[in-house]
Design a protein around this ligand. Structure first.
Ligand SMILES: Nc1ncnc2c1ncn2[C@@H]1O[C@H](COP(=O)(O)OP(=O)(O)OP(=O)(O)O)[C@@H](O)[C@H]1O
Ligand SMILES: [Mg+2]
Length: 404
């Protein structure tokens, strides 16, 4: 700025005022001003067309234009330039209006001399520059924002297409599989006598593989489906859902000794169909991974406020392992949990829990497809909630979730 030459268009029809202003702007040590003076608005327009200026210093009362109109006319032509309005004794109110309409500043003529004038002009130029920069940044931000929104929309469409694709593929894969299942079933039933021991063993393995693949496809279909189910929200009694799941599991295996603890009447606002799928997965995991316990314990409940505080300290450690955790929003919302006393898992692998097809135990130890928890996580996210887990190997696992 100090080395700059500032080109001023002075629109002033009073020769005395014009002279004083030009004198004030002469021979400044740091800033050099080149002043072009005109007396009429129409001359100002021609100057603006033929030359480049840094600033317009404008008297509102000219021979060919009077009052606020002078400002509006010139600001239409010199919208990109800072305009400083010169006022007489009685037109300060009008100058204020000009500032409201976009003038950078106004100066009373009797004060428009020396340092005050210089300061005012430099300040007006700087302020206009900052405003222009801000305007540019705003335009840039709006463009980036629009671009981002466009990309998000494209991603959503792609995601939907991918979901539909995986749903269709999974669905279509099931029909040939059901044929293999049906024909191998009849082969076993009606022709088993004609097969030797090795043949029978091969057939058994085919049927086991078919059953595994069918489970995998069913789980994949469910993973896609949870994304597509419409989110109708109602009051849902989680305790009742858990009770029914426990009853069904008991009926499937009457031999196992399992102690169930269910906190009564835990009700939430959510999608019943989805929450049932989530709880089925969490509790059937607890059931599965406690299979080796003589007496298994599976508990469903909600943390009390004091437990939440204790847990939040423990979560800090897990925070490094599991990016799901963000303590600040967790504290005020209820934290529900499913706890068991089974084999547990290695906390260093906790970040893999919710990734599709990732399993922390081998199929030999515990059968499974590794899709259950990914499905649970999608459901919790659809409720704007969070899910995370804690475990000590050999001492059980606890899965926590919130529903916003
Ligand atoms: N309650 C639990 N105790 C110990 N480990 C668990 C528990 N729940 C889940 N896991 C671990 O997390 C992995 C992922 O669980 P997930 O439910 O996604 O898959 P899965 O149970 O192996 O198969 P499926 O898709 O049939 O449910 C499991 O393979 C297991 O290693
Ligand atoms: Mg599972």
């Amino acid at each position: 700025m100090s080395q700059e030459l500032i080109k001023v268009l002075l629109v002033e029809d009073n020769p005395g005022d014009a002279f004083l202003i030009q004198e004030s702007l002469k021979k400044r040590r740091k800033t050099q001003f080149k002043v072009t003076q005109v007396e009429r608005l129409k001359d100002a327009f021609s100057c603006l067309e033929s030359d480049q200026f840094d600033l317009v210093l404008l008297d509102l009362f000219l021979l060919d234009s009077q009052g606020l109109n002078t400002f509006t006319e010139i600001s239409l032509k010199a919208n990109h330039l800072p305009i400083v309005v010169l006022t007489g004794l009685n037109d300060e109110e009008m100058a204020i209006q000009a500032v409201r309409l976009g003038a950078q500043d106004y100066l009373k003529k009797e004060l428009a001399m020396g340092e005050v004038l210089i300061y005012s002009l430099c300040y007006a130029i700087e302020r206009k520059r900052t405003q222009e920069q801000l305007k540019q940044q705003k335009i840039q931000l709006e463009t980036t924002n629009a671009e981002l929104q466009k990309r998000t929309k494209q991603l959503e469409i792609l995601n939907d297409e991918l979901e539909t694709f995986s749903y269709t593929v999974s669905h279509d894969l099931r029909s040939p599989l059901l044929s293999i299942d049906g024909f191998s079933f009849f082969l076993e039933k009606e022709f088993s006598e004609q097969l030797n021991t090795q043949g029978k063993s091969y057939l058994k393995r085919i049927r086991q593989a078919v059953s595994r693949m069918d489970k995998l496809i069913i789980n994949l279909l469910e993973l896609s489906r949870v994304q597509q189910i419409e989110m109708c929200i109602t009051e849902v009694n989680l305790s009742e859902i858990v009770k029914t799941i426990f009853k069904e599991l008991k009926q499937q295996d009457t031999q196992r000794k399992v102690e169930f603890k269910i906190a009564p009447n835990i009700t939430v606002q959510g999608n019943k169909q989805l929450l049932k799928i989530a709880l089925e997965n969490l509790i059937s995991n607890a059931w599965k991974y406690t299979a080796q316990e003589e007496v298994a314990t599976i508990e469903f409940g909600v943390l009390s406020t004091s437990e939440q505080n204790i847990d939040s300290h423990l979560e800090i450690e897990q925070n490094q392992l599991n990016s799901e955790i963000d303590l600040s929003p967790i504290l005020p919302t209820p934290i529900y949990f499913v706890r068991d006393n089974g084999v547990g898992f290695d906390m260093y692998q906790a970040d893999k829990l919710f990734t599709p097809f990732q399993r922390l135990h081998s199929s030999g130890e515990f059968p499974g497809t590794g899709i259950g928890l990914a499905t649970v996580q999608r459901i919790i996210h659809r409720h704007q909630g969070k899910i995370w887990a804690k475990s000590t190997q050999g001492k059980g696992a606890t899965f926590y979730f919130t529903l916003s």
